[in-house]
Design a protein around this ligand. Sequence first.
Ligand code: ASP
Length: 749
Amino acid sequence: MRVRPSASFAIRLQSVFRLSGAGALLAALLQLAPAPLLADEGEWPPEQLAAIPKDRWAELKGRGIALSAKDLWDGQGGGLMTAVVDLGGCTASFVSPEGLLVTNHHCAFGAIQLASTPEKNYLADGFVAKGRADEVEARGGASRVSVLTATEDVTVRVRGPESAFARARTDLARYEAVERTRKEIVAECEKEEGVRCVVSPFWDGSEYRLMRRIELRDVRLVYAPPRGVGDFGGEEDNFRWPRHTGDFTFLRAYVSPQGKPAPFAKENVPYRPKSWIRVSPDGVKDGDAVMIGGYPGRTLRHLSASAVESWESWQFPLRSRTNADLIAILDAEGKKDPAVALKVASQIKSLGNGETNARGQIEGLRRNGVLERTRKEDAAMGAFLLTHLELPITVRTSPAALEAVLAVQRQGRDRAYFLGLIERGSGYLGSAISALIRADERKKPDLERDAGYQDRDLDRAKQREKDLTRSLVPGVARKALAYMVEKTMAASTAEGEPIRAFVETFGAESRAAEIEEKLAAFDAVTLLADEKNRLQGLEAASEPLRASDDPYRKLAAALKPDFDAIRRKEKEIGGALLVVRPRWLRARRAFEAGQGKPLYPDANGTLRLSFASVKGYSPREAVTYTPRTTLAGVLEKERGKEPFAVPAKVLEKARAGDFGRWAPAGQSVPVGFLTDGDTTGGNSGSPTLNGKGELVGLNFDRVWENVAGDFGWNADRSRNVNVDIRYALWMAEKVDGAEALLTELLGAR
Ligand code: ASP
């Protein structure tokens, strides 16, 4: 299918408004569009770049941004931003015409782990492919990359006056209508081989855009530094500055000899991207303007006070506690056996990241007084709406309507949280639940199945089971599951709705130790330990799965009504929010008009560009941080012990001052730098480009004072952390002798 090139953003918004009552919010945004703020706030969708006001572009040009909106995104599948790709929850970018990709070490961490054995431990020692033939298959999250080729506004079809959504009469029906239309659009888009599409909601479902992407399924590891570089500082330094982590890894995408996306196969050839980014060895100076392109996952910039409160006093504390408990379980087991430690490394790392992030969010929300500020805004907006009778009644009453939905959403939330963990959990029970949901969903026509359970998703589910074989340690998974079951039982009992399946299987008020004992008996007989059976389960019908004697399949079947009830409630709430959130946003925008806030949608996992400058900051009174770090700081932090154990080969070169061409005269090798970009999780691996569009670094983190930046960008504290690409080049040349890589990146010199 040929995707229409997008007209100017403004024109499209207006046409959306004329055609669909649902686009009213967007029209309101246009009419009320305030004077732009010349600040680096904003995660701009590529097709919106052309609509950024001229004076803002002039200001960017004055700061050294030499590219135009069209150079970045031409709407026809070209432009530098098409070199920025989605790496399953992270970002990567093409840096050579031969499909070479660069991303963060932490984004490839799972792939490096899955390729490692205790004897060939690439996590500990790093991985260097001397030639193409040495490159190894990347599994897990880094095993697929998606290249965006076009976007199209499909709002009218999803929720315009003629849509199924407009005709639906209940919240559930509204949700299902939107989902069904999204899937229809995706199915049409995916008729072309190798294309993977997604319809993404913007402004909480006020607007929908189709993203047409080429999905490359053969990704290989090319060069990863040892963990002592790539993860230097570990969780202790995570979300901190000053930072000295060499958070980079190189991958390569391959396609079939015919140039088509294909699964891993020896005869595949490197993919030739339409655009790729040149690496600059010249670095950045303080104050330099840069651009950061990437796939930010989620920001929460437009919430009412009760929603902020829910994040601050429920969601983040719960996540912090749960992750900390799970880390303690995995850590203790890992300490007993290095082979176990290797298998659980990636899980610990991602739990640790989530835990630190949750604490940072809570601290930031408190320190910045976000809840108090939002309460005041809600009150002022309420007063504003009372007197603005020109606004539709549905908009004026939207705050109360929104609160009513949120109150229902909060009921039973602990139980739903823990059941969700179990469902997504990596273990035999998670596997059995996933197989049963898949079997039940398969009874419906493909387009009516829940997202994630269509035929197009089977391949990924199979991959997950195969990856599980490489990372699962039954004794450890059992301990983690016992913990989660205990928590789920306690939460559901406290909420007055005990889970029968658990009570009957484990006994009321069971503690983790007793549950674990029963699970050990399950593990002794389960057939799910065999990958073949788990894979078969993914394609089995409901009846045999339900009739199975396997204890995990039995438990999954007994739990299924609970999962069904949760899913149904989520759909109903989702349908209600699809109506009320756009109205509320319209009210908020009317209230904020003239306050000079830039208009960009919350992050939603789609491609964005952020403009920024290299800049330090002051985290607190009397403390100022300069924005750049070097190898000298790595040596200062080195303790010979994780997470500050610098590998011997790196120490030797660093101590000898063997910096080659990578350090400015008289200085050490640059390692990290700060910029004031508008980034969040998902931006990990994002290329940081200089004004000419050349790669000077990779975004990999934010500072502690900016973890709660998800709730709002702030000129004084919004800082993202980048690794200087010269650190990677120095490592490749001086430490690892990765000559072929250097030549590919910089040409023969
Ligand atoms: N290091 C972060 C992450 O992957 C990126 C960020 O949050 O800015 O979650």
